[in-house]
Design a binder for this molecule. Sequence first.
Ligand SMILES: Cc1cc2nc3c(=O)[nH]c(=O)nc-3n(C[C@H](O)[C@H](O)[C@H](O)COP(=O)(O)OP(=O)(O)OC[C@H]3O[C@@H](n4cnc5c(N)ncnc54)[C@H](O)[C@@H]3O)c2cc1C
Length: 201
Amino acid sequence: RVLPQTEVLGFERNGPRIASIQTSKGTFRAEEIVLAAGSWSPSLARSLGLRLPIQPAKGYSIGLSNPATPPAVPLLLMEAKVGVTPMGRFLRLAGTLELGGLDLTINERRVDAIRRRSREYLEGLDALQELEVWRGLRPCSPDGLPFVGRPGAIENLIIATGHAMIGLSLGPITGKLVAELAARQKPSFDPALFSPDRFAS
Ligand SMILES: Cc1cc2nc3c(=O)[nH]c(=O)nc-3n(C[C@H](O)[C@H](O)[C@H](O)COP(=O)(O)OP(=O)(O)OC[C@H]3O[C@@H](n4cnc5c(N)ncnc54)[C@H](O)[C@@H]3O)c2cc1C
């Protein structure tokens, strides 16, 4: 059962296990709990006595109507630090890494810098219609590796977060690893490097 628009508010512990999860739609019990709340994971982890050092890094993207001949492959404008991705129905310009906590406001100066720098490389951008300006938080860990695994202190918790800039790309392999851990199977690769306990002390 999937419960959309449901906020996890807290957990009830029973020794080394999570007994129940309090949410905005009631209290639930589960055999296994997966904590995968991106940049919001540290506060939920803290309420369980766990330390997950994650720094939210805000990034922006601008969706543009397709040019007559969109790029055939994604482009990385290295000096401008802008990624240009043909998304099929639109063209996406994305960039910026802003460290400002969980603040989700849109900083127009940053968005404008993406527009300005992209124009230095790509002709005709001004003629395209701007469909949307979007922002999101990339959950960054100190060593650049995600946290995927079971913390030693809680028996029925799996953590899957901290994927920084490549959470979409790492989604499938993270899902596979989480499924194996939840089923108590031998993981298809050793997840020791991703231990959620590696910054515990
Ligand atoms: C500008 C930009 C460009 C990007 N480009 C790429 C790219 O090219 N390739 C790529 O692979 N990735 C890209 N990403 C993805 C990104 O870098 C992350 O890695 C990814 O979003 C992490 O996914 P996540 O599901 O762990 O966290 P999130 O996407 O942050 O999702 C966490 C979810 O948890 C929910 N949540 C938080 N607290 C609670 C709570 N208490 N109860 C219930 N739910 C809660 C949030 O509402 C949110 O929906 C980009 C991100 C940005 C911002």
